[in-house]
Design a protein around this ligand. Structure first.
Ligand code: MF3
Ligand code: CO
Length: 246
């Protein structure tokens, strides 16, 4: 899993650095396709259940699975960039929301809270814990900051295929509460709305948006559960212990 996740992490960084006002999301997806190819990998999303793009690019009130189009990014937009690659038989999956040039105070707080909720979730990914320990860590932090977590989409085990057991919700759900064991690789991916949690799917059949039109953010890492601290496979330079997780 490590090499696939390293590539996924690098491609996400490259896309984040590329994004600027005036680009269309189609141009961003084309850039992403070139970077994925340059690393000798393949998009794990293209063709998955007939998904038509290389990455998911979700702007402002779009939550996840945004399709790339001729829409131009404007200064102040926020874009959730989700990158999954297939490399050497394994899948690496990660996402982050970036500001286009810069963004307002509310948007920035939404990004910060969502990112921090991911780190709190990762910190709970310990052997002997359960999935709900991750879910609770994310949900408590998000709701404590006045935002809401999306219910309809969840994190997941990831390995030779993109979606494996267990499901990893960002809210406590007793139906999804597997025990965590060392050696498991899971994608933890809080999707956080500034307003209410409800979402709907646009007529394109993919793009998920907030029902109330509020902003949404998405951060994701693929994580290896170990006997020690969890390893952030899509960000190998970072040790969890160096992140400020309460
Ligand atoms: N990171 C998302 C997930 O884990 C991406 C899936 S997009 C799809 O579910 F197009 F491939 F469905
Ligand atoms: Co995922």
């Amino acid at each position: 899993m490590r090499p696939a996740c390293v590539v996924a992490g690098k491609v996400l960084e490259e896309i984040a650095a590329f994004i600027k006002p005036g680009l269309t999301t189609k141009q961003v997806d084309e850039f992403a396709a070139a970077q994925i190819k340059a690393h000798g990998a393949k998009s794990a999303f293209l063709g998955y259940r007939k998904y038509p793009c290389h990455t998911c690019l979700s702007v402002n009130e779009e939550v996840v699975h945004g399709l790339s189009t001729e829409r131009e990014l404007r200064f102040g937009d926020i874009v959730s960039v989700d990158v999954g690659v297939s490399y050497n038989g394994f899948i690496g999956d990660n996402a982050r929301t970036v500001a286009v040039g810069g963004c307002g105070v509310l948007a920035q707080r939404l990004l910060d809270v969502t990112e921090q909720s991911l780190y709190l979730g990762i910190a709970a990914a310990l052997p002997g814990n359960r999935v709900t320990d991750i879910s609770r860590a994310v949900q408590d932090y998000v709701e404590g900051n006045g935002f809401s977590v999306v219910r309809e989409f969840v994190g997941h085990g990831v390995g030779r295929t993109m979606h494996e057991e267990p499901q990893v919700p960002n809210f406590v759900d007793r139906k999804m509460d597997d025990k965590l064991r060392a050696g498991m690789t899971i994608a933890i991916e809080p999707m956080v709305n500034a307003g209410r949690p409800e979402v709907k799917i646009l007529k394109d059949g993919w793009t998920v948006v907030t029902q109330d039109g509020s902003l949404s953010a998405h951060f994701e890492h693929t994580v290896l559960i170990t006997d020690g601290e969890p390893e952030i496979l899509t960000w190998p330079e970072m040790k969890l212990s160096k992140l400020k997780v309460a």
